[in-house]
Design a protein around this ligand. Structure first.
Ligand SMILES: N[C@@H](CCC[C@H](N)C(=O)O)C(=O)O
Length: 277
């Protein structure tokens, strides 16, 4: 069958987006997604996004997210912004404010007058059991031992699991090596996305993220939210922070415990395509 798709990106974190509302989309198996994600033999992407009708009457859409390794995940910040741009550009909605179901919980999105997308990402979860993370008691930072070294990590769930490590300089951070070790650490039973955060000031950080199921990406939206939350919990950051990622910058706001994290940034359509499956 011929499947139409749109290639999009949020700060270089790239997506294949499938409209499963106006076309019949096949059920893709893990190995199908891996093949499509391959940058040499497929279309190439960090995540696949599938836009579907909602399952609950108070929602506008449901969207599902799959990592390049074919695993289904709960949430994706850059994906959420691309999803909003996609449903508006495709005229799947005329609403200003879009409510969408994800596996990690509902999100509220809107396009701004500057052409950006702002997303209410919901309140972060910080209890070890909510990440999930194995720890005897809640703390601001946890020492996680791997290969004879102790890593002081902040842990945050933005629907999906994140660990945040403070570094002196992201340019020199051992993202590939340490990211690969920690992403599958036994204390994170569902794996974890690993952020390397350099605090420039209380309102500005640099961040690189080794994503679960992908490897290092040019940007991670939920990773940016998690880093700002973890930085605030550790007393390092203010409530409004500019996050510089290798692919560009995001604005993240968090007013503290119980409040939602608001993420604002761009979402770009690259091209329309079709593929025989
Ligand atoms: N790129 C994303 C996060 C995608 C999911 C992540 N790899 C996971 O496994 O949880 C973002 O922008 O948030």
């Amino acid at each position: 069958m011929l499947l139409k798709f749109t290639k999009m990106h949020g700060l270089g974190n790239d997506f294949m987006v499938i409209d499963a509302i106006t076309q019949r989309a096949p059920k893709l198996r893990t190995q199908d997604i891996r093949k499509l994600a391959d940058r040499h033999f497929g279309i190439g992407f960090d995540q696949l996004l599938i836009v579907e009708p909602p399952q609950h009457a108070d929602m506008d859409f449901r969207y599902r997210i799959f990592n390049a390794d074919g695993s289904e995940v709960e949430n994706c910040g850059n994906g959420a912004r691309c999803f909003a741009r996609f449903v508006v550009d495709k005229k799947l909605t005329h609403k200003q404010q879009i409510h969408v179901e994800t596996q990690g919980g509902p999100l509220v999105l809107q396009l701004t007058s500057e052409g950006l997308v702002s997303v209410d990402m919901g309140a972060p979860r910080l209890l070890p059991s909510e990440i999930p993370f194995v720890a005897p008691a809640p703390a601001k930072e946890y020492l996680v031992e791997e290969a004879g070294k102790n890593y002081p990590l902040g842990v945050v769930s933005m629907g999906n699991p994140h660990a945040v490590l403070c570094v002196d300089s992201v340019a020199d951070a051992p993202v590939a090596q340490v990211g690969a070790l920690l992403t599958q650490h036994a204390r994170f039973p569902q794996g974890v996305n690993v952020g390397f955060m350099e605090c420039v000031s209380r309102q500005e950080i640099r961040l690189r993220v080794f994503e679960r199921g992908v490897g290092e990406t040019l940007a991670c939206g939920t990773g940016a939210c998690a880093a700002v939350v973890s930085g605030q919990v550790r007393g390092l950051l203010d409530s409004q922070v500019r996050v510089h990622l290798p692919g560009g910058s995001l604005e993240i706001q968090w007013a503290g415990e119980g409040h939602p994290v608001i993420m604002t940034g761009p979402a770009v359509r690259v091209f329309e395509g079709q593929i025989f499956l």
